[in-house]
Design a protein around this ligand. Structure first.
Ligand SMILES: [Zn+2]
Length: 68
């Protein structure tokens, strides 16, 4: 009898479209070299992630930012 059942069903079909653990590439912020590939949980990591990793091209530890 209540109409909210229909609305809930539509919401679930939208959820299924988005991948919750997409692959992201981490690139050095200085030389743009793509050194690492990881996955992130979109439920907890909505923003672009940035990690401090070793860059073989720069030969130092640098921040690596998510690229598409
Ligand atoms: Zn670099």
């Amino acid at each position: 009898m209540p109409p909210f059942r229909v609305a809930r069903c539509r919401e679930e079909s939208n959820m299924a479209k988005s991948d919750t653990r997409p692959k992201v590439t981490l690139a050095c912020v200085e030389c743009q070299n793509r050194n690492y590939i990881t996955t992130k949980n979109r439920n907890t990591q909505r923003e672009r992630i940035e990690l401090r990793k070793f860059c073989p091209r720069c030969n130092v530890h640098r921040a690596h930012r998510e690229t598409k």
